[in-house]
Design a protein around this ligand. Structure first.
Ligand code: HPA
Length: 273
């Protein structure tokens, strides 16, 4: 694994040249168009990157994009690798390892999720304050390489408190209704039954989705600071009769996109490295 990480990082360094970004962004469902706001882009299709798998989901294109956002160099992942696609957790989180090897210090993640919190509305955006990991495979299971991180990493501040506070400030300044909540990470690819949404709410979740948790765990293992934002694309619970669809999820994500964009852009511009 260490050799693969080195090989991929080396390839990207040679291909892109210059100073490597210290910020990486994983663009979730419907948020791919955020790349339109990245300047001086270099696109690298996943298919051309050694050791990178190719993303298979509709609505997710697979490119690594180097450029600048809010005046700072960034790497953006357009399309991520989901556990439900059949990848193992080491593969799902491999790009985060490569980011670290390139010198990335801060990871921004975004995703779409189903809301259980009764205050939430479709199209809301939510700062992920914490998560509950319900994936059946742990990304750190197996041999631990001390070069990559400690055997038993703490997850107390998995989502960086300063970045959360900065997001609140940006939201207030821009009149954005920014919710806070706990993201429950599950495998999918089924959406939840009404009883499952209810269960995830009762155990402390505000929304549920099929990504993010593995990448955030590995980013923390690697000593990176993380900010996560979730777009509430549908609502679930025992009284909810509306059936969620992939199309509805995509549409709601597009509606919420300007809010996400403002928050992401301002956070990148203002964060102290
Ligand atoms: N459940 C799980 N994942 C999701 C949902 C949902 O309701 N909406 C968007 N991603």
């Amino acid at each position: 694994m260490l050799d693969k990480i080195k090989e991929t990082a080396e390839y990207l360094r040679n291909r892109v040249g210059g100073e490597m970004p210290r910020i990486a962004i994983i663009l979730g469902t419907g948020l791919g168009p955020l790349v339109d706001h990245i300047d001086d882009k270099v696109y690298i299709p996943y298919s051309e990157i050694p050791n990178f798998p190719v993303s298979t989901v509709e609505g997710h294109s697979g490119n690594l994009i180097f450029g600048t956002l809010g005046g700072k160099p960034v790497i953006a992942m357009q399309g991520r690798f989901h556990y439900y696609e059949g990848y193992d957790m080491k593969t799902v989180t491999f790009p985060v390892r490569v980011f670290k090897a390139l010198g990335v210090e801060i990871l921004f993640v975004s995703n779409a999720s189903g809301g259980m919190n009764k205050e939430f509305q479709v199209g809301d955006v939510m700062t992920i304050t914490d998560h509950i990991n319900l994936f059946p495979e742990h990304p750190l299971r197996g041999r631990n390489y001390p070069e990559l991180g400690t055997r038993f990493p703490a997850m107390t501040y998995a989502y960086d408190p300063e970045l959360k506070a900065l997001a609140d400030k940006v939201a207030a300044e821009n009149d954005i209704r920014l919710m806070h909540g706990v993201y429950v990470g599950v495998t999918g690819p089924t959406f939840e039954t009404p009883a499952e949404y209810e269960y995830y709410r009762i155990i402390g979740g505000d929304c549920v989705g099929m990504s993010t948790v593995p990448e955030v765990i590995v980013a923390n293992h690697a000593g990176m600071r993380v900010y996560g934002i979730s777009v509430i694309t549908d609502l679930g619970g025992k009284d909810v009769t509306q059936v969620p669809t992939h199309e509805e999820v995509q549409q709601a994500a597009v509606i919420a996109q300007p809010k996400c964009l403002t928050i992401m852009k301002e956070l990148v511009a203002r964060v102290q490295l």
